[in-house]
Structure formats: C-alpha cells, structure tokens
Design a protein around this ligand. Sequence first.
Ligand code: 8DG
Length: 163
Amino acid sequence: MPEQQQQQQQQQEQTTTGGQQQQVKMVLVVAVALIDSQHRLLLAQRPPGKAMAGLWEFPGGKVDAGETPEAALVRELQEELSIQVEPRDLQPLTFASHTYDSFHLLMPLYVCRKWSGQLRGVEGQQLAWVSPRQLHDYPMPAADVPLVAPVLQAMEAGRTISA
Ligand SMILES: Nc1nc2c([nH]c(=O)n2[C@H]2C[C@H](O)[C@@H](COP(=O)(O)OP(=O)(O)OP(=O)(O)O)O2)c(=O)[nH]1
C-alpha cells in the first residue's frame, strides 16, 4: 500500500477506534425551522436549570438509538409542541457541526411549513414567532449561529414563492 494511503487508513482507524487520538462524544440532535404562513420562524427558549438556559433554539432533540432523524423530529414535535408533522413535510436545509466543551454536536436542520394540531409549549418553555428582522435579537447556542443565514434564506424564499 502506498505510504500516503497507509497514513490515511491509520488516521481513520485512530478516529473510529479511539487509537492514539482523543475520543469525541458525538451527540446527534435533530431540529426544525418551523415557518408559518406569515414567514415567521418558531424559536423555543431553553428553560432555567438546563445547559445554555435562556438561549433560543430550534425545536427538536436527541435522536434515540434505532431512530431515523425524521422519526425523531416527528416524535419531538409531538412531545414538545403538541403538533403532528408528516415526515414528507420535513425538508433538509443544512446542519450544525460544533464542538462544545463536553461533546460534539451534529445537528441536521429541517424546514417545515406544514403541521396540524394546536401548537403550544408542552414543557412550559417560552416560544416566539420571529420575523427575519427580529431574529438577531434572539441569542442562540453557538452551534446555531452559522445556521441563521440559511434559515433567513429559507424564510425569504417562502415569501417569494407565495407572493
Ligand atoms: N433542540 C435543539 N438543541 C440544540 C440546538 N442548538 C444546540 O446547541 N442544541 C443542543 C442543546 C442540547 O445540548 C442538545 C439538545 O438535546 P436535548 O434538547 O435533548 O437536551 P437537553 O440539554 O435539553 O436535555 P436533556 O434531555 O439532555 O436533559 O443540543 C437547537 O437549535 N435545538
């Protein structure tokens, strides 16, 4: 095997088996940019007592073992917001890949414009419907910052399509 290829393989093995490299705890979270007919985005505030309390995030949560990201998101939206979403109405938009102090977050972000049910914060979390202009007034977790531009684009695209 050529030396370069051998080095690449060794690097891969170290990353996947732990080898000499530092182990990374990878956390898979799935989240949604829920956009309503007035082109506003739903943000949820992280409650007191949790990590990053007070920051505004995209609704969602951890993907359980054996679950697809879409199934996890459908479940989380039912549990957190009491709404029903069809997997086909979840459009992949972008993802976050961010290293926090104690874990690495990998978070696919979907856009959803269609749901049923009466939306409410089931866990008592504060919710806000936010216009593109207001979005910068809502402090978000570090991982979410690079997602703001694509989300704004999706909000604007919806406005153009429905105009
Ligand atoms: N749902 C969501 N989570 C986010 C966003 N940005 C971000 O860094 N996260 C982080 C916060 C948490 O560490 C993790 C979400 O998992 P979670 O909601 O199940 O975790 P949690 O800390 O609220 O609660 P727990 O179940 O671990 O007690 O992802 C976001 O926009 N939406």
